[in-house]
Design a protein around this ligand. Structure first.
Ligand SMILES: C[S@@+](CC[C@H](N)C(=O)[O-])C[C@H]1O[C@@H](n2cnc3c(N)ncnc32)[C@H](O)[C@@H]1O
Length: 407
């Protein structure tokens, strides 16, 4: 894969269509028109709820379905297609590790042949001795990934984690399982991190958020680390409200992602529980209902509104409304037939969900734009890079894996 070329193509496509992927249908009570794509709305409004649910959670099927009515979908599909993940067979997690997390970890490790982690290749079934290729697990939590790696390959592992409780639980687990690993308290954004990195280290991270994985790149490069391997997630976290490109190519690309854009990149409901989805939809319907009420009282329907925690979906519409108005704060006349407005909110939600598929069509492209920025930065610093999917999106939508080795 020519990363620079892919980045150029993605960049051009995203720039050309930014009005589409920056449009948030949930903040608008009048449906967006698609003048350049006359048949698109008819297609979207004809979708059944089941089909909608499926397309919301599957980028490839979404782009394939949109392509006849929305030509950019064909190019998007081509650009987001990477080496697919190898088939993964589920296995029982050790006590205390959530099943889905364990499957993600196993898939992540399977994406790395043994030789990448250990010099001892002759007896892969026998746990290898601790060898001289120790690894650092970046933002490790309790160090489940280290645990799995030490179990499988017998490597010496150190997790870096800011949360004291997780560090202590991780070390307790290490003691109980008698595995040679540890978790240390370390804010990876601080200079303390340099004490743990050196050229012989390989650095791994499963789901390092936003600026934390960018920090991984800059510190590993500065420390001349031999190998890096990481799956990024939550691009909007730990930054100052926007994405900061690391590579000169992306810095000069003329495209800047705000945190709202970055949230679009990780907007996927695939792994959400049914209860969470129901609560989210309930609140979205209420926000749309509130926008209609605001509009009727001469207040802009697009007014930014404070978000409310999921548990508010269980409160009555009236109580929820009073809370939002107080949080904003906003003074309006509360209409007498609130139930009617809530019904209108649900109707508007059905429209918004269908229109929003167009924004969803670009989410993986936005994510890839960020990921390619990381790859280009590493290439710039003489790393050979590969980019792949380490598992299916149903196991985790954040399934992109960057592996880099110093040339
Ligand atoms: C998304 S979790 C991933 C944890 C683990 N890698 C996994 O996949 O289960 C991100 C972790 O980063 C840790 N973290 C957040 N800020 C950090 C920082 N500045 N330095 C080190 N760790 C940090 C959090 O406490 C959390 O455990």
């Amino acid at each position: 894969m020519n990363f620079s070329h892919s980045a150029l193509q993605l960049n051009a496509l995203l720039k050309q269509h930014q009005a589409l992927w920056r449009y948030n249908a949930y903040n608008n009570i009048t449906a967006r028109s698609f003048d350049d794509y006359p048949e698109l709305l008819t297609f979207l409004f004809g979708l059944t709820d089941d089909k909608l649910n499926h397309l919301q959670s599957n980028d490839r099927d979404l782009l394939t379905a949109l392509a006849p009515y929305f030509p950019p979908a064909t190019e998007l599909l081509h650009l987001i297609s990477l080496t697919p993940s190898p088939e993964h067979h589920a296995c029982e997690p050790p006590a205390g590790i959530p099943g889905r997390k364990w499957q993600q970890i196993q898939a992540f490790i399977n994406a790395h042949p043994l030789s990448e982690f250990s010099d001892q290749q002759e007896e892969p079934t026998r746990p290898a001795r601790i060898n001289n290729t120790p690894l650092i697990e970046w933002c490790s939590g309790k160090g489940y990934l280290s645990e799995a790696l030490t179990m499988r390959y017998g490597l010496d592992a150190t997790g870096l984690e800011i949360d004291e409780a997780l560090v202590s639980e991780g070390n307790q687990r290490a003691e109980n399982t008698k595995l040679k690993r540890k978790v240390v308290i370390c804010d990876v954004l601080s200079d303390k991190v340099f004490a743990y990195l050196n050229p012989s280290m390989q650095v791994l991270a499963l789901h390092a958020c936003g600026a934390l994985h960018q920090r991984l790149l800059t510190t590993a490069v500065a420390s001349n680390s031999r190998r890096l391997s990481f799956s990024p997630c939550c691009y909007h976290r730990f930054n100052d409200g926007k994405y900061h490109n690391l590579s000169p190519q992306m810095q000069n690309s003329g495209l800047r992602f705000s945190n709202d854009d970055l949230r679009t990149a990780v907007r996927q409901t695939h792994t959400a529980r049914a209860g969470e989805t129901a609560a989210r939809r309930q609140l979205q319907a209420r926000y749309l209902a509130l926008r209609v009420i605001l509009d009727k009282q001469g207040i802009s329907a697009n007014t930014p509104l404070p978000s409310t925690a999921q548990h508010w979906s269980k409160a009555s519409f009236g109580d929820w409304l009073a809370t939002v108005l107080k949080l904003k704060p906003l003074s309006i006349n509360i209409p007498s037939h609130l139930a009617d407005y809530e019904k209108v909110g649900w109707q508007l939600l059905k429209t918004a969900e269908r229109i929003d598929l167009v924004r969803m069509a670009f989410r993986r492209a936005i994510e890839l734009h960020c990921v390619l920025d990381s790859v280009l930065f590493l290439q710039e610093h003489q790393y050979h890079c590969t980019l792949s999917e380490f598992c299916s999106t149903s196991l985790t939508p954040r399934n992109l894996l960057i592996q880099a080795e110093k040339a």
